[in-house]
Design a protein around this ligand. Structure first.
Ligand SMILES: [Fe+2]
Ligand SMILES: [Fe+2]
Length: 342
């Protein structure tokens, strides 16, 4: 889809209706607006045509012979490439129950038959503008995620660290029953937790010797730096707690806020477990990688000191027992420059 002077032009609109006259009418209306109209007489034909690439908008008749419009809707919503594409159901005499079902399945809008050409044109214009905005947001999100990867790429010793922390935190989160936003928070938080290291000088971040007190203070600023760099981004707002607090300890001896006990949210604790484990099991500029068992042993000792959540560490052992040491995804995340500081 292209955008010119704020007006969306040349979008691909998929029209699914068994009534050829309706399809033609819609095509006659939308083509002069500059759109490409792909017609399908059934859901089966629509699935075939979707293989050619995702449309920008789907108009589908609610009642079709064979597979229903609901099935098409479920398929569109279930595919990551099309999950945000607006789907409009064209309805005859739809009962409130059927409309409710469509809403639950994620329909964007309804157009009742018979519709006026002006109404259809106005709806299509509005929905394509919405699609343009979501496309722009998705692009921005992709840029943000590549930005997060630059942190890993900067330090050959921590290559893949953020991606692995995100992966481990997601697995641990799932195991303890986090869902929806909670799960998203630990995954996103994992990916961005060390973002503030962008503000730490190479001479400090990559120093192969013991840090001076001043240098250590610079490293310790990374959670606050991360927060101030990312907090204006709405899509990351829920992960901000993880970015800012991932170095807190349950006994209050961590930084930057010195939070203790229940004041540290579960999403932060989950990410911290993943972070500490990954730091211990990968080679660092100041020491070599530890085995899983050695790392878990050190972390158990730190639970006794009052730093980490012991229940979560036990759950994390459970996660690892289902994850082979040569887990393909972990290896893939680590395959970059040969594998800083926590
Ligand atoms: Fe950190
Ligand atoms: Fe980290």
């Amino acid at each position: 889809m292209t955008e010119r002077l704020g007006i969306v032009s040349r979008a691909t609109v998929l029209v699914v209706d068994d009534d050829e006259q309706i399809r033609r009418l819609i095509a006659l209306l939308l083509r002069p607006m500059g759109h490409v109209v792909v017609e399908a007489g059934s859901v089966e034909e629509a699935f075939e045509k979707l293989q050619g690439g995702p449309p920008d908008l789907v108009l589908v008749d609610m009642q079709l012979p064979g597979k229903s419009g609901y099935e098409l809707l479920a398929d569109v919503r279930g595919d990551p490439r099309t999950r945000l594409v607006p789907v409009v159901m064209i309805t005859g005499a739809a009962t409130p129950e059927r409309k409710l079902k469509a809403i639950q399945e994620g329909v964007t809008d309804f157009i009742a038959k018979p519709f006026s050409p002006e109404e259809l044109a106005a709806r299509v214009r509005a929905l394509l503008e919405l699609k343009f905005v979501t496309d722009a947001l998705e692009d921005a999100e992709r840029v943000i995620i590549s930005l997060a990867r630059t942190i890993d790429a900067r330090d050959r010793y921590t290559y893949g660290h953020s991606a692995r922390v995100s992966h481990y935190a997601g697995l641990l989160g799932e195991r303890i029953g986090l869902q929806g936003n909670g799960l998203e928070t630990v995954r996103r938080g994992g990916l961005f937790h060390d973002f503030g290291k962008i503000a730490v000088r190479d001479a400090v971040l990559l120093k192969p010797a013991k840090l001076t007190a001043e240098e250590y203070a610079e490293i310790k600023r990374h959670p606050s730096e991360g927060k101030s760099l990312l907090e204006t981004m709405k899509t990351l707002s829920h992960a901000m707690g993880v970015v800012y607090h991932h170095h807190e300890r349950l006994d209050g001896s961590g930084y930057p806020a010195g939070l203790a006990g229940e004041a540290i949210p579960p999403t932060v604790r989950v990410t911290t477990i993943a972070d500490v484990f990954d730091a211990l099991t990968t080679a660092r500029v100041y020491r070599s990688a530890l085995s899983r068992e050695d790392a878990l042993g050190i972390m158990a000792e730190e639970v006794r000191k009052g730093w980490w959540d012991g229940r979560l560490l036990e759950e994390f052992r459970g996660v690892l027992s289902t994850l082979p040491e040569d887990d393909e995804r972990i290896l893939r995340l680590s395959n970059g420059p040969p594998s800083g500081r926590l």
